[in-house]
Design a binder for this molecule. Sequence first.
Ligand code: GLN
Length: 536
Amino acid sequence: MSAKYIFVTGGVCSSLGKGIVAASTAAILKASGVKVAIMKLDPYLNVDPGTMSPFQHGEVFVLDDGAETDLDLGHYERFIDVPLTGDCTVTTGRVYSEVLSEERDGKYLGGTIQIVPHITNKIREKVERAAANMGVDVMVVEIGGTVGDIEGEPFLEVLREMKAELGSGIVMSMHLTLLPFLAASGELKTKPTQLSVRELRRVGITPDVIFTRADMDIPQEILKKVAFFCGVDESNVIPAPTVKSIYQVPLNFAERGLAQIVSAQLGLGELTPQLSEWQVGVDKIMNASEVVEVGLAGKYNELDDAYLSVIEAIRAGGIAHGVKTKIVWIDTEKIEQDEKNEWAKMRNVKGIVVPGGFGERGIEGKIKVAEHCRTEQKPYLGLCLGSQIMAIEFARNVLNLTDATSEEFDELHKSKNHVVHFIPEQRTIRKKGGTMRLGAYPCLIKKDTLAHKLYNSQEINERHRHRYEFNNQYREAFTEADFVISGQSPDNELVEIVEVKNHRFMIGSQFHPELKSRPWRAHPLFAGLISAIVNP
Ligand code: GLN
């Protein structure tokens, strides 16, 4: 059977949670036994988000195959727990760059290249290829941006063409809008939704399902009104009120019969979503009363999107232990400048995560954070850069290599002790030809270490995104001084996990464990951190 498609578009304004709607729809299908994946069509002109600032665009989410994608793919994987591939992310930039390089190669035999059909055909080819390569029954396709945006038009045209050609039994269209509340009239207004659907119709698309967002419960008459004015069955207008936890959304949609609505249109047979895992998880979230504060020592402070997967992984660690986690942002630049309040914040939290990052800013502060945690026996989890920081701090303060640093922060090579450095030979083995180590690699864990206890396994597979590595010249000095190298690449060349012996919980990974955390299956390193905090 060839795949069926569900396209998700958004109207009225951005940030309504289209990614969550797409992910929830897919989660319900998966829980009904349907083989499903999700992909994102993004209208921006960057080829991929790899070089975009997390400050502007949110975190870069890396997949097993090394594709650098945006944070929506993280939501998708957390919701459906299916490893996605680079096929599942398509940007306008990538589409254009491929079409233009084919044009330069003469593939179009001198023809005139146009948005329709060349760009649209390329997009469609990518959608169909992703579905075929993932081997799914249903591919959920989120179209980024808001209906009416100039740059989104080619994607909508693809949806229109596919629906016209393949029919409504193969291609389904879902639209998410906002119902604004006007205090003066005391009601939720449907007009923006009507106009947004009219805009969709203008480009030839009639939605099959409409999701309506609001910050409050949405009365049935309002849903009825939306149905009437937008020409959609009343049962296919699904309320999406703001909820406490995004993980309630699949349960709410399932209760509204979304599985049956999809199945009726796409002919998927009788679907009964088995969502008990979700119900149990959501109940745990709702019932957790103890609040555990976890310090997050980063530079994009208070910017949830820049550290989304880290925050979600901390949260999942909390769910696993029946506690609610609260992030306390610690600004490492302020720690560096010895600002009293920031130091007080750091001293107050019972455990700290030092996340990944690039560049020199805030580095000295992060080293102080690591020193504080090491000397105070405070649980510390270092992610990528955070593990490099652990090594630098240990080198400076325990091994007395006072100028120890990473090559990344010492372009002029003023320091003699690059305990973290770039390994030129790695350049040739790296998957994408660049200098970054990207994607999933195996790692072997040493017995009788903290890592071994946490993972309860001797071989793991984790995702990477970094350029620099632990410098093997220093291995002996470190390990003689109670610094444990507990995880390595199978050829023993690359240090993957480090820990401090005689410490309650001080561990760092060269990879990004947060990328493989799932809401109901906390990652062992994060579950371990929370456990170390709640059971001192
Ligand atoms: N900047 C460091 C490196 O390139 C760490 C990267 C990261 O934390 N993702 O190795």
